[in-house]
Structures are given as structure tokens and as C-alpha cells.
Design a protein around this ligand. Structure first.
Ligand code: NI
Length: 432
């Protein structure tokens, strides 16, 4: 079954204006309960506590990635490029639409605590007994496995993988534009139409016509700006720290035999690390936030405090520490303990870091994290070259290491016990 819809469907979208659906399979996937669940998961996790507009969902992002992929393929088809394998259209569109379907509530934070992986869940949702799997199997028996292979980057045709997973893929292009729009900042914008026009399929890869280099530079600058201004915003990091601590504490209590007043089954499965796909699909941000409201009244004072901090946005403050050496951290930890704070929870060092563009290194050692495909330029002589070899701008932002250490802590107990804090730490925490 590979039929076209008799009448194309559209979704109104603030980033792409309209999102066009022409295939019955795509329409059916959007209408599955597993895909609809993405409406209940925010694209930017806790960023709404910093940028109140950031309430957009993974549903809208997934449609956006699908739409960018559809536009790229349609440009290849219109131009009749022989290097684009036309039979890969549907598998590419399905993988683009479904690439984030395994994300759980506040997933980047929860993945760190529970060591789960949204990509693994995505593949389970595609391959196991779900509505999505049924829709994909209607195309062919092997189709679900093909879609999963694209998402896992093991699909035999790298050109298909690079559409949704490379250093300039449909995923990144959509989330930068979408996150910029919903946070209300302008850094993330770049000329998507221009980039889409200069992409070419070439010898099994996607390359950029050299005349499009400046549009790509702009895209990489946007990515650089978005990381430092939005994704690594210290207030957002503070809320992520508290979120992780809530789950760390809940797990600690659960393992220690503590009986919760309120513990819904899907969250118990998460804490206990025994989840089926069906349990996992019941997890969404509404449930997690309901749990926090309930846990704010638990008997455990630490869990209760962390939950009400998260719900009421009473976040941890932070100071920048130039050199977090052990002696200083011990001094802080001792001081915190002496005034009744819990250093295991009440002090956390954070060092956010990302490279806007990872220069391709053929000598990269085995075992190092596999980098995503580099951005390749195609010049007028049909020669290919990696973008940082031609662009001073790309080379310079790649060399920028802007990271610094932040120490997060609750400020109220320090203020309350100011008379017990040594002078040196008073200055460090700006309490003087
Ligand atoms: Ni994505």
C-alpha cells in the first residue's frame, strides 16, 4: 500500500507556514496514538521556565522535520537529479516524521538519571506491537525495520541517513528555527529556503553548492548562538538540575523501601527500570508534573522541597567558579553541611559545552563518539571539499571554547545562616 491521498492535507505551522501531507502512510502515522502523544511532550523540556513562550511540543517539531525532508526530496525530484534514489522517498519521510517518537517527558534530563535512550525507545515503538508498527507494516513486512535502520543510522544508503542525521540535517534545521520562534529570540533564524535550494544529491551524499556557503555559515552561527543563549541558559540548567535531583531522590527513596503516598505505575516502572513499550507510552509531562505536585506533600523533606521548587520555579542560584579545585569544593561542602544543607543535593557543578560544528577528522580514534556527517561543498569543477577548509567563519566558531564552571545551590539557607558562613565563602556567594 503506497497510495497518495485523494486530496492533500495541510497543517498550519508558524515556522513553515503550511505542512503538506500527500501520502496515506504519513497521514495514518500522524493519527496513531503514539504520535499524538508527542503533543504532550515539550520540545525544549524545562526551557519554558526561562522563556515562557517555549511551550511548543515534539509533535510540531516532528511535523517540521518531515516537512523540511519533504521539501528537500521534492527539490531533488523536480530537478531530476540522477543521484537521488527515488525509491527512498517514503522511507525517508517516515523516518523524519518518527525520529523523535521515543522521547519521554523531559527526556534529556531523565535519560541521564535512568540511563535510558530515546533512540532505543523510538526503535521499539517502530518495531514492536504498536499502531505505528501496523501502519508501517501495511507498506511492506520489512518496512518497519527499514525505518528503524534510518533512525539508527545503519541504513545501507547513507544519503537517506544524512537527510535526518548529519551536521546540517532536517532535524537541526527545524529545531533551530522553531526554538528561535517560540522562545522569541532572533539568533536562530537563517535562510532555510536558500539552503534548501543549494542542496544536491551527489555520489551517495548530500552536498551544498559552493555558492550557498554563506547561507550555511549563517546556519552554523545561529546554532552557535542558540546553544549559548537558549539551550545552555543558566536558569534552564538550574531547572534541569532540580528535575534530575527529584528523580534521583525518588529512586533513592524507592530503593530504600520508602512508601510513597502517591506513585503512579508508569513512574514506578521508570524508577524501577522495568518498562514495557506500553508502560513507556503512558509517560508524558502532564503525569510527571502531577507527580511533582503530589510529591511536594510527601513526608520526605528533601523530595518535597525539590518538587515544590520545580513547580513554583524557586530554582537554585549559581556562581561562576574559575577553578573548581577539590580543596575549595570541600570547604563549601563542609560549610553547607554545618548549616544543615545536604551537599549531595545542594551543590552541583555544571559545565555546559557544545561545538557548533565538528570538523571532520579522518584520524579520529576508534571508540570516540561517532561524529555526524560533515558539511560538504561542491565547487564548479565538481570537486568536493569539507566546509571548514573554505570558510574562515566556520573555522573560527569551531575553535571557540566558551565553557565555564557554574556551581548551583539553594540560596535561602545561606541567607538564613549568614552569621555562620566564613568570610571567604560569603564573598564567593556574594552574601556580603
Ligand atoms: Ni528532533
Amino acid at each position: 500500500m503506497k497510495q497518495q491521498l485523494t486530496e492533500e492535507k495541510v497543517f498550519k505551522d508558524p515556522v513553515h507556514n503550511y505542512i503538506y501531507v500527500q501520502d496515506q502512510t504519513i497521514w495514518d502515522l500522524i493519527n496513531t496514538k503514539e504520535f499524538q502523544r508527542l503533543r504532550r511532550i515539550r520540545q525544549l523540556g524545562t526551557s519554558y521556565l526561562t522563556f515562557h513562550g517555549a511551550e511548543h511540543s515534539r509533535f510540531s517539531h516532528s511535523l517540521g522535520v518531515y516537512e523540511i525532508t519533504r521539501k528537500i526530496i521534492s527539490q531533488f525530484e523536480r530537478n531530476g537529479y540522477p543521484d537521488w534514489p527515488a525509491e527512498e522517498r517514503l522511507v525517508s519521510l517516515c523516518a523524519a516524521l518518527l525520529h523523535d517518537v521515543g522521547h519521554g517527558p523531559f527526556s534529556h534530563s531523565l535519560e541521564e538519571v535512568f540511563d535510558t535512550d530515546h533512540e532505543e525507545w523510538t526503535c521499539k515503538i517502530v518495531l514492536e506491537d504498536t499502531e505505528i508498527n501496523r501502519v508501517l507494516r501495511a507498506v511492506s513486512e520489512q518496512f518497519p525495520a527499514q525505518v528503524a535502520a534510518v533512525i539508527q543510522k545503519t541504513y545501507p544508503k547513507p544519503i537517506v541517513v544524512s537527510l535526518i542525521s548529519s551536521q546540517m540535517d532536517a532535524d537541526r534545521m527545524d529545531y533551530l528555527l522553531r526554538d528561535a520562534y517560540f522562545t522569541g529570540v532572533n539568533y536562530g533564524t537563517f535562510d532555510l529556503e536558500r539552503i534548501l535550494r543549494v542542496l544536491r544529491p551527489y555520489k551517495g551524499k548530500i552536498v551544498v553548492k559552493e555558492s550557498g556557503m554563506h547561507a550555511v555559515e549563517h546556519y552554523l552561527m545561529s546554532r552557535y548562538q542558540m546553544y549559548w543563549q537558549i539551550y545552555f541558559h543558566p536558569v534552564t540548567r538550574s531547572s534541569e538540575i532540580i528535575l534530575r535531583q527529584i528523580f534521583r531522590r525518588a529512586q533513592e527513596l524507592y530503593v530504600g523501601g520508602y512508601v510513597f503516598e502517591w506513585m503512579p505505575k508508569p513512574i514506578k516502572g521508570l524508577i524501577h527500570n522495568t518498562m514495557t513499550v506500553q508502560d513507556y507510552l503512558k509517560l508524558d509531562e502532564a503525569l510527571v508534573q502531577t507527580a511533582f505536585t503530589q510529591w511536594a506533600e510527601e513526608r520526605d523533606p528533601l523530595l518535597s522541597d525539590l518538587c515544590s521548587r520545580f513547580m513554583n520555579r524557586q530554582l537554585y542560584k549559581y556562581i561562576t567558579i574559575e577553578d573548581p579545585d577539590e580543596a575549595l569544593l570541600n570547604e563549601i561542602s563542609d560549610c553547607f553541611s554545618s548549616i544543615g544543607m545536604n551537599p549531595d543535593y545542594h551543590m552541583e557543578i555544571d559545565f555546559p559545552f557544545d561545538l557548533p560544528y565538528d570538523v571532520y577528522r579522518p584520524d579520529k580514534k576508534e571508540g570516540e563518539k561517532k561524529e555526524k556527517a560533515p558539511i560538504l561543498l561542491l565547487d564548479v569543477q565538481d570537486e568536493i571539499c569539507e566546509i571548514s577548509a573554505k570558510s574562515d567563519i566556520v573555522r573560527s566558531i569551531t575553535g571557540l571554547h566558551q565553557g565555564e564552571y557554574h556551581l548551583y545551590y539553594p540560596e535561602e539557607p545561606l541567607k538564613k545562616n549568614i552569621h555562620l558562613i566564613p568570610e571567604k565563602l560569603k564573598n564567593l556567594f556574594k552574601l556580603a
